[in-house]
Design a binder for this molecule. Structure first.
Ligand SMILES: *Cc1c(COP(=O)(O)O)cnc(C)c1O
Length: 588
């Protein structure tokens, strides 16, 4: 482990103060019926754009069409996952732009078009989202499929997609006549846009002739958000691949610019090298990122979720009655501290009924609305430790008996090539079969997606999260729960380090030396805090729901987050004296 880096000041060169922000993301959850996202990164991108539209931020976005969608998950009786493609037709949701641009991939020229989706905000402001598409006559059969599969294929396919997203996106913005002054790379997937900007800065001249001044010109226009504290999570490509797919001259340039690490082109390094501002997605994640890339200043802007998207209908009605301005300005949710307990309980009971009705429809299982219900749903990556709850089955059964019953709802997809993730789903489903009895009901729901995520985060009583530290960059599903007044029981990692106030917004699973110790803390919190509180008169529980909504709902939303991006990353000098923003946001 390297020494933690002291936060470095940002070099506030002359910033642009006008023009559009172009937001680039490999996945964006745009609409529940469009399968253009896989999980947290895409949801965050979608929520960011929904808040930008509500707030009137001058922003456009670029992504790929993903015509075959992310996969639909099937689980058989023994818990084995299989996958189906989810083809969709962009023409059903978007308008085709007439502009065409080209990118070079290996030795081929690939033509790219764009579909425009108009994301309309609450007060009418539109954020256009351009979905890039290579499925055009004239492109080879292989190239027509480049924008088909989100996170499908091998690293060759991925690098080719990243050329379309980054270089294609930057060129498409030009072809559409957009006056873009800030390029925001949401994760490293779009980092090649910096190369397109450098080439345009060189007006077709050789890249080898680019000077530090040329690079500074590109850096002025770029900001970058990193999302992964796991080194393997950063996109990397071999020199051989890069020379073959991107070309020798570009590869040589990137090597000289220090974008290679351990002999691999590292997309995070590339993005950092060309960005005037970079950030991680929670305070802790910024700190971890500075350790991974000590040569760069990396700030933190903690994630959020789009409140009106994730607050359930019954809770929305309650908030409308007591805090009518909550959608316009999420800070007013602070006043949830005064909500009548009975209203909170009634709204949550309805959200729980809606969830249990969906469980019954999908599985035929009728769960009990009066029984304490835990929710755990996320990508089935091994670091999330979905099976931690089953470490000591006897103890879990005892907790269920003492609580007068316990229901646990699971959901989550494993990436098709992630064998350990698939094995984890199998383990959970097997344990569910073995342990379920009349006191303990464990259900694994198929095909976790937007709609199911909304029902789960609003309808359970406690949201559980058990990542292995420090691998959770932020996490957002617990924020969705908080906006519904649902407290979390979670490892102190990612956003929860900032969000946990013990017995007020939820409960911390204490750090342990190993999985067994952390499972012990998880059980201990259930035994000594959560179950006893649940067995008290319901008003006591309602008070925790209220403080959860007030403290965490008012902060962990994209309304606050987009304002931070606007002020700290996109256009800061217009608002603040440069000298005043040079100190780091916080100390390590
Ligand atoms: C919110 C959400 C996620 C991200 O949740 P994490 O807490 O970051 O794991 C993933 N998938 C879906 C469908 C979601 O709604």
């Amino acid at each position: 482990m390297m020494q933690p880096a002291v936060p470095k000041p940002f070099s506030y060169e002359t910033f642009p103060t006008s023009g559009l922000v172009a937001y680039f993301s490999m996945e964006i959850a745009i609409h529940p019926a469009m399968p253009t996202y896989a999980g947290g990164l895409g949801m965050l991108a979608g929520d960011t754009l929904r808040s930008a539209a509500d707030l009137g931020v001058p922003l456009v976005a670029f992504t790929l069409a993903h015509r075959k969608g992310y996969f639909q998950q099937h689980l058989n009786g023994s818990g084995e996952q299989s996958e189906d493609i989810q083809p969709w037709n962009p023409a059903d949701f978007c308008a085709e732009e007439s502009a065409r641009i080209t990118v070079s991939v290996e030795d081929r020229v690939v033509t790219v078009r764009a579909w425009r989706y108009e994301l309309q905000g609450r007060y009418g402001h539109v954020v256009p989202i351009y979905l890039l598409d290579t499925d055009l006559d004239g492109n080879s059969g292989w190239d027509r499929g480049l924008t088909d599969h989100l996170y499908g294929g091998d690293t060759n396919y991925r690098l080719q997609q990243e050329i379309v997203l980054g270089m294609g996106g930057a060129r498409m913005a030009n072809a559409l006549g957009l006056n873009v002054n800030v390029h925001h790379m949401n994760e490293g997937h779009a980092a090649l846009l910096t190369l397109a900007l450098l080439e345009s800065q060189m007006s077709g001249g050789p890249l080898a002739a680019a000077t530090e001044a040329d690079i500074a010109q590109v850096r002025r226009k770029c900001v970058f958000t990193t999302h992964t504290p796991v080194p393997a999570g950063h996109d990397r490509f071999s020199t051989e691949q890069t020379i073959r797919i991107l070309g020798g001259e570009r590869t040589a340039r990137l090597e000289r610019l220090g974008c290679f690490r351990d002999g691999l082109l590292n997309m995070t390094l590339l993005a950092l090298r060309f960005s005037r501002y970079a950030n991680g997605v929670a305070l802790q994640h910024g700190k971890v990122s500075r350790t991974m890339f000590p040569e760069f200043p990396i700030d933190s802007i903690t994630n959020g979720v789009h409140a009106p998207t994730w607050v359930s209908e019954p809770v929305q009605q309650m908030l409308d009655a007591h805090i009518p301005a909550w959608r316009r300005d999420n800070l007013y949710l602070r006043n949830a501290i005064d909500l009548p307990e009975q209203d909170v309980l009634k709204a949550h009971a309805r959200a729980k009924e809606d969830l249990l009705a969906e469980v019954a429809t999908r599985t035929g299982l009728v769960l009990n609305p009066r029984v304490l219900t835990l929710g755990f749903a996320r990508r089935a990556a091994t670091y999330k430790r979905a099976s931690l709850l089953f470490t000591d089955p006897e103890r879990l059964l005892k907790i269920a008996t003492d609580a007068g019953g316990l229901q646990i709802l699971y959901a989550g997809k494993a990436h098709p090539q992630d064998a350990p993730g698939k094995a984890l789903i199998h383990t959970v489903i097997e344990a569910a079969g073995k342990l379920s009895n009349d006191k303990l009901r464990i259900v694994y729901l198929e095909d976790y997606n937007w709609d199911l995520g909304a029902l789960l985060t609003a309808g359970v009583d406690v949201w559980v999260n058990t990542p292995r530290r420090p691998y959770e960059a932020s996490g957002t599903s617990g924020m969705k729960a908080a906006l519904n007044g649902v407290p979390s029981l979670s490892i102190l990692d990612g956003w929860w380090i900032e969000g946990c106030i013990e017995n007020v917004t939820g409960w911390a699973i204490e750090d342990g030396a190993n999985d067994a110790e952390e499972a012990g803390s998880l059980y201990h919190k259930l035994e000594t805090a959560i179950v006893p509180l649940y067995l008290q008169p319901a008003e006591k529980w309602a008070r925790v729901m209220r403080t959860t909504l007030a403290f965490n709902g008012s902060y962990f939303n994209t309304n606050r987050m987009v304002k931070q991006y606007t002020r700290n990353a996109y256009y800061p000098v217009k608002l603040i004296e440069p000298a005043k923003v040079e100190e780091a946001a916080f100390a390590d």
